[in-house]
Design a protein around this ligand. Structure first.
Ligand SMILES: NC(=O)c1ccc[n+]([C@@H]2O[C@H](COP(=O)([O-])OP(=O)(O)OC[C@H]3O[C@@H](n4cnc5c(N)ncnc54)[C@H](O)[C@@H]3O)[C@@H](O)[C@H]2O)c1
Length: 442
């Protein structure tokens, strides 16, 4: 007989095990009925977080029991949408800590801006929730570290929102490379040129929109007056909240270069150039023009972005080129092409690639979400566990730090978790949290 969750909790409570009253923690669900649904909550409801929640609900194997945002208008709109489109009636919260007190909530989606990921994730782990956290894992290297420690300490299943790990295109590419078909992989060239990377048109500071708790939105970031060009969606172009295209797309695409050789360690060196060279009427701190080189043991990863344009090599605005001795692969989320060295015969190349083309539907997000939901029940590792999210976030943040400090070359000391001999760069490893928020302990 399968023990339902409630019976299990009741039995455990009787045995004095389930709730630790002193710490406020409780025992997360460990036994699942065959068709028992996962109860999920969402923190950050505007854009990606809400889309991820819809992917969860489309599996028909979850209930949405809570949604949280600091913008009350959004909470109202999202509640109405969940009600009409998914017959869900979640409780609404303006303070994530209140939502995390819900003992029946199994997992949370963290869809807040990057500067909030650490506090949201660590608190969720401490409350015994499994976590689907959007990428990049966090807005600094030190925050990523404590998040991984927290997930490990509290034995939480985490899926980082790098859905390419569950993507049919990328899995085909990886199989091809790992079967040695490319020959020796020596360069991975990555580019991401997007219009939005220059930020929004400049505007004056103004009063906070009605229904928004702006101080709570800022959270641990420095206090400043309200400006729409730094708020919803636009925050990613300001260092206090995000890292520009380098972290926004870098973690997706650099991850492909690391996966190709199963690299799970940070770079030893990084060289970078980053500047704002154009579109002065747009509002941003992060760089519109950037090149970063990661010299690896036996290959080199090259990153570049030119924000404000919507075109790029191979007529692709973003992409990854894997250059090997025998062939080259050019890939994006929709497709990959193979070019055989010394041959221009496209049909021959397609014959070679076709056994590696996956036929399953192009639904990277759906696959990624289902993988997480299965891992909640099996307690097995997800396709993108927190260690992978942390590692690639380090590459992206190191690129930004090298460019911001104009260091030319930075060398990373893994033992000390610091750059060698560069105080300015080391000062950017960890943000100073604004009171009353405190940098969390695992
Ligand atoms: N995986 C992907 O392909 C992908 C795509 C887009 C965005 N993202 C990631 O998703 C995250 C969100 O990005 P977005 O574009 O949706 O941003 P957004 O600004 O549109 O939405 C963020 C939401 O979080 C809310 N929020 C802010 N502080 C909060 C707090 N303390 N408590 C509760 N809610 C809070 C905001 O009010 C807003 O509703 C980012 O980390 C981003 O990098 C991932």
């Amino acid at each position: 007989m399968e023990i339902s969750r409630r019976t299990f909790i009741k039995k455990s409570t009787q045995g004095g095990l389930a709730f630790s009253l002193a710490s406020g923690l409780y025992l997360p669900r460990t036994v699942w009925g065959a068709n028992e649904k996962v109860n999920v909550g969402l923190i950050g409801c505007r854009n990606k977080g809400f889309n991820v929640l819809k992917d969860f609900l489309n599996t028909a194997s979850v209930n949405c029991t809570g949604i949280c945002d600091v913008d009350s208008k959004l909470l109202e709109e999202r509640t109405a949408e969940l009600n009409s489109d998914f017959s869900q009636s979640p409780k609404t919260y303006s303070d994530f800590r209140k939502m995390l007190e819900d003992k029946d909530m199994d997992a949370v989606i963290v869809g807040s801006p990057d500067h909030w990921h650490c506090l949201h994730t660590v608190n969720a782990c401490q409350a015994g929730k499994d976590v689907y956290v959007e990428k990049p894992l966090a807005n600094s290297i030190a925050e990523c570290r404590v998040m991984t420690q927290s997930a490990q300490k509290h034995k939480r299943v985490v899926q980082v929102g790098q859905q390419q790990r569950s993507g049919v295109v990328w899995n085909g590419v990886m199989d091809y490379i790992k079967d040695g078909k490319l020959g020796k992989l020596r360069q991975v060239n990555i580019w991401a040129n997007f219009n939005y990377g220059i930020g929004a048109k400049k505007e004056d500071d103004r009063s906070v929109p009605q229904g928004v708790d702006y101080d709570f939105w800022l959270g641990p970031a420095p206090k400043r007056s309200f400006n729409p060009t730094r708020f919803h969606g636009n925050w990613r172009h300001f260092w206090d909240y995000g890292g520009g295209l380098m972290t926004d797309w870098g973690v997706h695409l650099i991850d492909m270069a690391l996966w190709a050789k199963d690299i799970t360690t940070p770079p030893k060196k990084v060289m970078a150039y980053g500047e704002n060279l154009s579109f002065e009427d747009h509002s941003r701190e992060t760089f519109d023009t950037m090149s970063v080189v990661f010299p690896m043991e036996d290959y080199v990863i090259n990153w570049q972005h030119t924000a404000g344009i919507q075109s790029g090599p191979y007529d692709m605005l973003y992409g990854v080129e894997f250059v090997g001795d025998k062939s080259t692969i050019v890939a994006n989320r929709e497709n990959w092409i193979l070019k055989l060295e010394g041959s221009t015969d496209k049909e021959e190349a397609e014959r070679e690639a076709s056994p590696y083309r996956k036929t399953s539907p192009h639904n990277d997000m759906g696959n990624h979400v289902r993988d997480f939901l299965a891992a909640i029940k099996s307690r097995k590792e997800t396709k993108c566990p927190i260690s992978i999210g942390e590692n690639v976030a380090m590459y992206a943040h190191m690129g930004n730090i090298a460019a911001r400090t104009g260091s030319g070359l930075l060398e990373w000391d893994s033992e000390r978790q610091a750059f060698q001999g560069n105080k300015e760069a080391n000062d950017l490893l960890m943000p100073e949290y604004r009171k009353p928020w405190e940098f969390p302990k695992a």
